[in-house]
Design a protein around this ligand. Structure first.
Ligand SMILES: [Zn+2]
Length: 245
Protein backbone atom coordinates (compact mmCIF):
# COMPACT_ATOMS: atom_id res chain seq x y z
CA UNK A 1 0.00 0.00 0.00
CA UNK A 2 1.67 3.20 -1.10
CA UNK A 3 1.37 6.47 0.76
CA UNK A 4 0.26 8.06 -2.49
CA UNK A 5 -2.74 5.75 -2.72
CA UNK A 6 -3.73 6.42 0.89
CA UNK A 7 -4.13 10.13 0.20
CA UNK A 8 -5.26 10.04 -3.43
CA UNK A 9 -8.77 11.36 -2.82
CA UNK A 10 -7.68 14.40 -0.79
CA UNK A 11 -4.80 15.48 -3.05
CA UNK A 12 -7.45 15.84 -5.78
CA UNK A 13 -8.92 18.77 -3.86
CA UNK A 14 -8.20 22.08 -5.54
CA UNK A 15 -5.33 23.75 -3.66
CA UNK A 16 -4.27 20.58 -1.81
CA UNK A 17 -2.19 18.48 -4.22
CA UNK A 18 1.06 16.66 -3.50
CA UNK A 19 2.67 19.88 -2.27
CA UNK A 20 -0.03 20.21 0.37
CA UNK A 21 0.31 16.55 1.27
CA UNK A 22 4.06 16.99 1.75
CA UNK A 23 3.34 20.01 3.93
CA UNK A 24 1.09 17.87 6.15
CA UNK A 25 3.78 15.20 6.35
CA UNK A 26 6.20 17.82 7.69
CA UNK A 27 3.67 19.19 10.19
CA UNK A 28 3.49 18.61 13.92
CA UNK A 29 0.12 19.02 15.64
CA UNK A 30 -0.54 18.82 19.37
CA UNK A 31 -3.85 17.43 20.57
CA UNK A 32 -4.77 18.32 24.15
CA UNK A 33 -7.25 15.69 25.31
CA UNK A 34 -8.19 12.44 23.56
CA UNK A 35 -11.83 12.30 24.64
CA UNK A 36 -15.04 13.25 22.86
CA UNK A 37 -13.45 16.02 20.78
CA UNK A 38 -9.93 14.62 20.69
CA UNK A 39 -10.94 11.19 19.36
CA UNK A 40 -12.45 12.37 16.06
CA UNK A 41 -9.93 15.21 15.72
CA UNK A 42 -7.01 12.78 16.13
CA UNK A 43 -8.54 10.17 13.81
CA UNK A 44 -8.97 12.68 10.96
CA UNK A 45 -5.58 14.34 11.47
CA UNK A 46 -3.88 10.93 11.53
CA UNK A 47 -5.76 9.63 8.52
CA UNK A 48 -5.00 12.84 6.59
CA UNK A 49 -1.28 12.15 7.05
CA UNK A 50 -0.17 14.84 9.51
CA UNK A 51 3.39 13.58 10.03
CA UNK A 52 3.66 14.04 13.77
CA UNK A 53 0.90 14.10 16.38
CA UNK A 54 1.59 14.76 20.04
CA UNK A 55 -1.36 13.65 22.15
CA UNK A 56 -1.79 14.37 25.83
CA UNK A 57 -4.33 13.05 28.34
CA UNK A 58 -4.00 11.66 31.86
CA UNK A 59 -7.22 9.74 32.32
CA UNK A 60 -8.07 6.07 32.02
CA UNK A 61 -10.94 4.88 29.82
CA UNK A 62 -14.30 4.51 31.56
CA UNK A 63 -17.46 2.83 30.27
CA UNK A 64 -19.25 6.19 30.33
CA UNK A 65 -16.69 7.57 27.81
CA UNK A 66 -17.75 5.16 25.09
CA UNK A 67 -20.80 7.07 23.82
CA UNK A 68 -18.48 9.65 22.27
CA UNK A 69 -14.78 8.71 22.56
CA UNK A 70 -14.61 6.78 19.32
CA UNK A 71 -10.94 5.90 19.58
CA UNK A 72 -11.82 3.36 22.27
CA UNK A 73 -13.81 0.16 22.59
CA UNK A 74 -15.29 -1.79 25.50
CA UNK A 75 -12.13 -3.88 25.69
CA UNK A 76 -10.10 -0.72 26.43
CA UNK A 77 -11.97 0.14 29.65
CA UNK A 78 -9.43 0.67 32.45
CA UNK A 79 -6.53 1.35 30.06
CA UNK A 80 -4.71 4.66 29.68
CA UNK A 81 -6.40 6.88 27.09
CA UNK A 82 -3.25 8.15 25.42
CA UNK A 83 -1.64 4.74 25.20
CA UNK A 84 -4.77 3.20 23.69
CA UNK A 85 -5.10 6.23 21.40
CA UNK A 86 -1.49 6.02 20.23
CA UNK A 87 -1.91 2.34 19.43
CA UNK A 88 -5.17 2.91 17.53
CA UNK A 89 -3.82 5.88 15.56
CA UNK A 90 -0.62 4.01 14.65
CA UNK A 91 -2.70 1.13 13.29
CA UNK A 92 -4.90 3.57 11.39
CA UNK A 93 -1.87 5.22 9.79
CA UNK A 94 1.54 3.57 10.30
CA UNK A 95 3.20 6.31 8.23
CA UNK A 96 2.89 8.91 10.99
CA UNK A 97 4.59 9.36 14.33
CA UNK A 98 2.38 9.56 17.43
CA UNK A 99 3.94 10.85 20.64
CA UNK A 100 1.93 10.31 23.83
CA UNK A 101 2.10 12.14 27.17
CA UNK A 102 0.17 10.49 29.99
CA UNK A 103 0.00 13.46 32.34
CA UNK A 104 -2.15 16.48 33.14
CA UNK A 105 -1.17 19.67 31.27
CA UNK A 106 0.18 22.42 33.52
CA UNK A 107 2.09 25.68 33.11
CA UNK A 108 5.20 23.74 34.14
CA UNK A 109 5.10 20.97 31.53
CA UNK A 110 3.27 22.52 28.57
CA UNK A 111 6.47 23.70 26.86
CA UNK A 112 7.93 20.21 27.04
CA UNK A 113 4.76 18.66 25.62
CA UNK A 114 3.69 21.11 22.93
CA UNK A 115 6.67 23.49 22.52
CA UNK A 116 7.64 21.99 19.16
CA UNK A 117 4.14 21.99 17.60
CA UNK A 118 3.06 24.05 14.59
CA UNK A 119 -0.52 24.06 15.83
CA UNK A 120 -2.36 22.88 18.95
CA UNK A 121 -5.92 21.54 19.03
CA UNK A 122 -7.82 22.16 22.26
CA UNK A 123 -10.00 19.11 22.90
CA UNK A 124 -10.32 19.66 26.64
CA UNK A 125 -13.30 19.72 28.93
CA UNK A 126 -12.15 22.16 31.59
CA UNK A 127 -11.64 25.94 31.44
CA UNK A 128 -8.50 26.07 33.60
CA UNK A 129 -6.39 23.94 31.26
CA UNK A 130 -7.78 25.72 28.20
CA UNK A 131 -6.52 28.97 29.64
CA UNK A 132 -3.07 27.44 30.25
CA UNK A 133 -2.94 26.48 26.55
CA UNK A 134 -4.18 29.93 25.56
CA UNK A 135 -1.51 31.69 27.61
CA UNK A 136 1.22 29.43 26.24
CA UNK A 137 0.08 29.99 22.64
CA UNK A 138 -0.05 33.77 23.12
CA UNK A 139 3.46 33.77 24.63
CA UNK A 140 4.88 31.71 21.76
CA UNK A 141 2.59 32.99 18.96
CA UNK A 142 1.39 29.45 18.24
CA UNK A 143 -2.01 29.05 16.56
CA UNK A 144 -4.57 26.84 18.23
CA UNK A 145 -8.02 25.54 17.49
CA UNK A 146 -10.46 25.86 20.35
CA UNK A 147 -13.70 23.92 20.61
CA UNK A 148 -16.23 23.11 23.27
CA UNK A 149 -19.34 20.97 23.32
CA UNK A 150 -22.43 20.42 25.47
CA UNK A 151 -25.65 18.51 24.76
CA UNK A 152 -26.35 19.26 21.05
CA UNK A 153 -24.37 22.52 20.97
CA UNK A 154 -20.79 23.45 20.33
CA UNK A 155 -18.34 26.14 19.40
CA UNK A 156 -15.14 26.27 17.39
CA UNK A 157 -12.60 29.01 16.74
CA UNK A 158 -9.12 29.35 15.31
CA UNK A 159 -7.01 31.56 17.56
CA UNK A 160 -3.86 32.83 15.92
CA UNK A 161 -1.96 35.13 18.27
CA UNK A 162 -1.06 37.93 18.10
CA UNK A 163 -3.27 38.61 15.05
CA UNK A 164 -6.57 37.49 16.57
CA UNK A 165 -8.30 37.84 19.91
CA UNK A 166 -7.22 35.14 22.36
CA UNK A 167 -9.49 32.98 24.46
CA UNK A 168 -9.02 35.16 27.54
CA UNK A 169 -10.31 38.21 25.61
CA UNK A 170 -13.85 36.92 26.09
CA UNK A 171 -13.64 33.91 28.39
CA UNK A 172 -12.56 33.24 31.94
CA UNK A 173 -12.89 30.27 34.26
CA UNK A 174 -15.32 32.04 36.59
CA UNK A 175 -18.79 30.57 36.68
CA UNK A 176 -17.65 27.10 35.63
CA UNK A 177 -18.24 25.42 38.96
CA UNK A 178 -17.96 21.67 38.67
CA UNK A 179 -21.61 20.63 38.79
CA UNK A 180 -21.11 17.04 37.68
CA UNK A 181 -20.79 15.34 34.32
CA UNK A 182 -21.44 17.51 31.25
CA UNK A 183 -24.46 16.25 29.31
CA UNK A 184 -23.35 15.43 25.78
CA UNK A 185 -24.55 13.69 22.65
CA UNK A 186 -21.70 11.61 21.20
CA UNK A 187 -22.38 12.54 17.59
CA UNK A 188 -22.35 16.25 18.50
CA UNK A 189 -18.86 15.81 19.96
CA UNK A 190 -18.03 13.99 16.72
CA UNK A 191 -19.15 16.95 14.62
CA UNK A 192 -17.18 19.48 16.67
CA UNK A 193 -14.05 17.32 16.82
CA UNK A 194 -14.26 16.82 13.06
CA UNK A 195 -14.68 20.57 12.59
CA UNK A 196 -11.50 21.09 14.63
CA UNK A 197 -9.60 18.69 12.35
CA UNK A 198 -11.05 20.48 9.31
CA UNK A 199 -9.95 23.89 10.60
CA UNK A 200 -6.51 22.50 11.49
CA UNK A 201 -5.96 20.90 8.08
CA UNK A 202 -6.99 24.02 6.19
CA UNK A 203 -4.72 26.13 8.37
CA UNK A 204 -1.76 23.78 7.83
CA UNK A 205 -2.43 23.86 4.10
CA UNK A 206 -2.69 27.69 4.02
CA UNK A 207 -6.26 27.30 2.81
CA UNK A 208 -7.91 29.35 5.54
CA UNK A 209 -10.51 31.73 4.09
CA UNK A 210 -10.01 34.43 6.70
CA UNK A 211 -11.88 32.82 9.55
CA UNK A 212 -9.08 33.35 12.05
CA UNK A 213 -10.51 34.76 15.25
CA UNK A 214 -14.12 34.13 14.20
CA UNK A 215 -16.20 32.31 16.80
CA UNK A 216 -18.52 29.72 15.24
CA UNK A 217 -21.46 28.70 17.36
CA UNK A 218 -22.97 25.38 16.27
CA UNK A 219 -26.56 24.40 17.12
CA UNK A 220 -27.29 20.85 16.08
CA UNK A 221 -30.94 21.07 17.13
CA UNK A 222 -31.61 23.54 14.28
CA UNK A 223 -28.48 22.77 12.17
CA UNK A 224 -27.46 26.42 12.30
CA UNK A 225 -23.90 27.69 12.47
CA UNK A 226 -23.57 31.30 13.57
CA UNK A 227 -20.51 33.34 12.76
CA UNK A 228 -19.50 35.84 15.43
CA UNK A 229 -16.64 38.25 14.73
CA UNK A 230 -14.70 38.60 17.98
CA UNK A 231 -12.75 41.73 18.89
CA UNK A 232 -9.56 41.96 20.88
CA UNK A 233 -10.14 43.04 24.44
CA UNK A 234 -7.64 45.78 25.31
CA UNK A 235 -8.04 44.81 28.96
CA UNK A 236 -7.39 41.13 28.30
CA UNK A 237 -5.12 39.82 31.09
CA UNK A 238 -3.26 37.58 28.63
CA UNK A 239 -2.89 39.40 25.29
CA UNK A 240 -4.11 42.92 26.12
CA UNK A 241 -0.70 44.52 25.80
CA UNK A 242 0.56 42.55 22.83
CA UNK A 243 0.49 43.94 19.30
CA UNK A 244 -2.96 45.36 19.78
CA UNK A 245 -4.87 45.63 16.52
ZN1 LIG B 1 -6.71 38.18 24.82
Amino acid sequence: MSGTERYERQVLIDGWGTDGQNKLKESHVGIAGTGGLGSPAAIYLASAGVGRLTICDYQDIEVSNLNRQVLFTTDDVGASKVHAARQRLSILNPDIQVIAYDEPISSDNIADIFGDCDLIVDCLDNPETRLIINEFCVERSIAFVHAGVREFYGQVMLINPPATPCLACFFDSEGFADDGPIPICGSTAGVLGSLEANVALRWLLDMDPGNDGVFFSVDLTTMEINRIEMAKNPDCPVCGGLNRL
